[in-house]
Each structure stands twice: as structure tokens, then as C-alpha cells.
Design a protein around this ligand. Structure first.
Ligand SMILES: [Fe+2]
Ligand SMILES: [Fe+2]
Length: 194
């Protein structure tokens, strides 16, 4: 595993440099779906990412609705913990499959891909750390809910801030990963992944 240079860490970077996303210019995103090598795996990958974006935003919206007084506490409490747990499990499960199954296959395709996939695996570690912090702050928030009043509001603020940070990191990771994964599949076809 390469050590990832500080400016390329998920919490520092704004985009991937061309040396890492070296097939990005050859396969622009608007043309992905019409390419001859675009198959089930690429489509599934993007679907999972869209689902993760969607679930993350919906959870953020649910928290926002509660903070703005658009949902009552009982209704929020009934679904919040279950939805959050489901979402985090989905996210962790996806990263586990990538780390264990897909990333090693990508690395074997082309030596120039190794650094990029080490970087994406490092993103997973950073996201995992943030995810633990979100779980901790969600647990504190649930206790604050029972107390009500200011404690509840502060708990909600602290949780929303943590969850927002996780979501921003995840959005960056998903977009960057797509810029490496999909062009590589188009270049090599889906055969090496079967
Ligand atoms: Fe990933
Ligand atoms: Fe992914």
C-alpha cells in the first residue's frame, strides 16, 4: 500500500489529478453509457453509488425536517435509528466488496492504477473513521432527544454537523471513484472482473 500524499487525502482534495484519473479525458462521463464496453458491472456500480447518495441525502433531509419542526419527535424517533443503521451498513458493505474483491482486480490490470486504488482504499478508511463518529453522535443525540429542550437542539446540531461532514466526504469519494472505475472498465471491458 502506498502512503497517500497529504494534499490527495479525501479530506483535502477537490478533484483527482490527471495522473491518477489518466483515462478520464479519453472517456468523458456523458458518453459512458453508450460505449460498447459499458455493461452490467458499470451500470450496477453507478446504481449503487446513486442509491448511497440518495439515502444519505434523504437522511439529511429527515434530520433537517425534524430540526425545523416539520416532523414530530415520536415519528422521527421511530424511523431515524433504523434508517441510519441501514444506510451505514449499506455503505460499509459496499466498501468491503470493493476492497476485497474489485480493487485487487483493478490493480492487476495496469501498474498505473495501483496508486489510484490505494488512494480509494485510503478514502474508505477515512470514511469509516467519520462513520464511527457519526454513530457516536447519533447515540448522544438519541439520549438528548429524551431530555428535550436545549439538550435536544444541541444534540441535533452536533449530529447534523457530523453527518453533513460524512456526506460531503462520501460525495467526493463516489465521484472520484467513478472517474477511475468506469473509464477503466470501458478501456478493458468487464471480462477481467468476472
Ligand atoms: Fe469506494
Ligand atoms: Fe464505490
Amino acid at each position: 500500500m502506498h502512503t497517500i500524499s497529504d494534499n490527495l487525502r479525501l479530506d483535502k482534495r477537490r478533484a483527482l489529478p490527471d495522473e491518477i484519473a489518466f483515462l478520464r479525458a479519453k472517456y468523458p462521463a456523458p458518453q459512458w453509457a453508450t460505449h460498447g464496453n459499458y455493461g452490467e458491472l458499470a451500470a450496477f456500480w453507478l446504481q449503487v453509488h446513486d442509491a448511497l447518495r440518495e439515502e444519505g441525502r434523504a437522511l439529511g433531509q429527515a434530520t433537517e425536517d425534524f430540526r425545523e419542526g416539520r416532523t414530530d419527535m415520536a415519528a422521527f424517533q421511530r424511523v431515524f435509528a433504523v434508517r441510519l443503521r441501514g444506510y451505514l451498513q449499506h455503505l460499509e458493505g459496499h466498501h468491503r466488496i470493493e476492497d476485497a474483491h474489485y480493487f485487487p482486480r483493478f490493480r492487476r490490470l495496469d501498474e498505473r492504477l495501483v496508486y489510484g486504488f490505494d488512494l480509494l482504499e485510503n478514502d474508505h478508511e477515512i470514511i469509516h473513521g467519520q462513520l464511527l463518529a457519526v454513530v457516536e453522535s447519533a447515540q448522544a443525540f438519541m439520549q438528548d432527544l429524551a431530555r428535550g429542550g436545549d439538550a435536544m437542539r444541541y444534540g441535533a446540531d452536533a449530529y447534523a454537523e457530523r453527518a453533513g461532514r460524512l456526506l460531503a466526504l462520501l460525495e467526493q469519494h463516489l465521484a472520484d471513484e467513478e472517474e477511475i472505475v468506469i473509464p477503466t472498465i470501458l478501456e478493458h471491458s468487464e471480462r477481467p472482473f468476472r
